[in-house]
Design a protein around this ligand. Sequence first.
Ligand code: ZN
Length: 199
Amino acid sequence: MKRIILSYIFFLAVVSAQVDTTIVYLGSIDSSIVMDVKYATTNNFVGKVLYPTDKVYMRKIVAEKLSEANRYLRESYNLSIKIFDGYRPLSVQKLMWEILPDPRYVADPSKGSRHNRGAAVDITLIDENGNQIEMGTPYDDFTEKAHYDYEELSDDVKANRKLLRDVMIKFGFEPLETEWWHFDFKGWEKFSILDYQIN
Ligand SMILES: [Zn+2]
């Protein structure tokens, strides 16, 4: 009997530890986050339209945490999040790799990007008028200037990058040293690589 009770408790613990891993449209969780999806336009580093939609998708838990970070930024700093990319279909990763097969800039699709797991976001901060605050480089600038700790930046830019990083860490994300805009959701490895069709 004791063994049955113990295994039942174990079963409950496993069930309650599971998070909702469905892929959701970010706008269904937080419609106040501005989406600016360069990969749905030709204005990106490959110069081609890669996405059939300019809507951003990601795992539900990731969207919820991003929304919490957004609310905190608005209430504490009068700033909010603008997002460039979230979930990226594996087919798009393969296309990017065909165009630019260089692991310094594009994740090898055989390994997959954390974006392919719906567990990474590319973001910046905007003020109350919707203007991006200064981060030192545009999104997808693949030079050293985009490295978080690049020295030759103004104090304002350094402070802006630090604010974005600190808030994202506070809400469960991990930064990437080479791209100030990229954050992985902590525990990303628990989410599988998907070729979910976005539209
Ligand atoms: Zn990214």
